[in-house]
Design a protein. Structure first.
Length: 409
């Protein structure tokens, strides 16, 4: 079986990390897996850059992102959230059709990488993981990115226009949409705009030999954290600029805990936006961007609780990574993240979006630990069962077989 994964990048960002993990897991299981991307960050010899295959595509790859940015600016995007118009032509379909792939697995293809009209030109069986909602919306990648038309700007309803194009060119294509959570597939069903699509739910997997409890005390000593000190961990990209990530809710939780005289340290990792989180009197240790998975595992393992205040996610990989490292999660019972762990079994799911109840969850987990509850073993066991790379690969392999077999010759 030959699989071609197509996405904007190979391993930068949550969606790309998920697709790259799948690519490597399939490769390990004996599948001939390759990647076709706009931008490559790894040294993987089986990841290819689309612009290096075609001179014309290379030119388009250089022009499309700035044009997309200009369109976002000129259209007066009032939400600041990600928009993708997908109206600039591309040679991507020709490149894909010339490959020897038995099946094409689409991943995150924002910022114009996959033009709307290109998809219908691909002559291969198609699977598409819905890493966000762009495949079922118009220009928006999530519901919060869909604004009311702003009369002060160019009076073009881009959301409706692009969605009409998608419905015309995509609606009846024989694509199988994969949701990393049941919530994603529920959104697809609710929209009633892709009647020809099949569906499947396959949660993201991770390398549980890397993401595992790491009792090494070196990091704790380096950060000057006493062995009996409670530690809360938070990590995200765009924590304060992207409202979905819940940076403001996190600050509300910290403020609530401070008022309750909660005693502990806060570890924060992520991009520069995470550094803007207000400490509310806690010792807040800012670790910056962490790209090494082993180092991430050490950070998760150091925590007594992983804070996951997102409003809306299709899944929540940081939460599953924390669980694999034996750290319980406190988040909101909302969207795709609600399926990552079970309430009071591997953490606490607070009422959306009550910072008071999330603070309750933090206190409850710590009190349970002090009573002798073995959170580490419970969380680790759940992650091994649900999120192993072997299961991630095998579930996709079975789906690929089904799609290829049912596709017209």
């Amino acid at each position: 079986m030959k699989i071609l994964h197509v996405g904007s990048t190979d391993c930068v960002g949550g969606a790309s990390r998920a697709s790259y993990r799948l690519h490597k897991a399939l490769e390990k299981s004996g599948v001939d897996s390759k990647m076709l991307v706009r931008r490559k960050s790894s040294h993987d010899p089986k990841a290819f850059v689309s612009g290096e295959i075609s001179i014309f595509q290379n030119l388009l790859e250089k022009l499309t992102p700035p044009i997309e940015r200009a369109l976002r600016r000129w259209s007066g995007n009032p939400t600041g959230s990600m928009w993708t118009f997908g109206i600039i032509p591309s040679r991507l379909a020709a490149i894909i059709n010339s490959s020897d792939a038995d099946l094409v697995h689409l991943h995150w293809a924002g910022n114009g990488f996959l033009p709307v009209k290109t998809l219908s030109k691909i002559r291969k069986p198609l699977v598409w993981t819905l890493h966000d909602l762009w495949p079922i919306l118009g220009v928006g990648h999530y519901d919060d990115a869909i604004p009311e038309l702003n009369p002060k700007w160019l009076s073009v309803d881009w959301e409706s226009r692009v969605e009409s194009l998608k419905k015309k060119y995509w609606g009846n294509l024989g694509i199988t949409a994969v949701g990393p959570s049941p919530w994603v597939i529920e959104q697809l069903s609710r929209m009633h705009n892709r009647p020809g699509w099949g569906t499947a739910v396959i949660p993201y997997g991770l390398d549980t030999s890397v993401f595992k409890p790491r009792p090494d005390l070196v990091l704790r000593d380096e950060l000057g954290i006493a062995s009996d000190r409670t530690v809360l961990v938070f990590g995200a990209l765009g924590a304060t600029s992207d409202s979905r990530k819940g940076g403001d809710l996190l600050e509300g939780v910290l403020e609530e805990l401070a008022q309750r005289h909660f005693d502990g340290d806060i570890l924060v990792f992520g991009d520069q936006e995470s550094a803007k989180i207000c400490s509310h009197g806690f010792r807040l240790i800012r670790l910056g961007s962490v790209c090494d998975d082993t180092q991430l595992a050490e950070i998760y393992s150091l925590g007594d609780v992983f804070l996951f205040p997102s409003r809306e996610e299709t899944f929540g990989q940081t939460a599953s990574e924390a669980l694999a490292c034996g750290t319980p999660v406190v988040g909101f019972r909302a969207a795709g993240q609600a399926s990552v762990f079970r309430h009071k079994e591997h953490g606490y799911q607070a009422r959306p979006f009550s910072v008071s109840d999330m603070a309750n969850g933090v206190e409850w987990i710590i009190s349970e630990k002090r009573r002798g509850r073995l959170w580490q073993a419970e969380c680790r066991e759940f992650a091994l069962k649900e999120y192993s790379l072997a299961r991630y690969a095998s579930r996709h392999y079975d789906l690929y077989n089904e799609v290829i077999t049912s596709s017209p010759a």
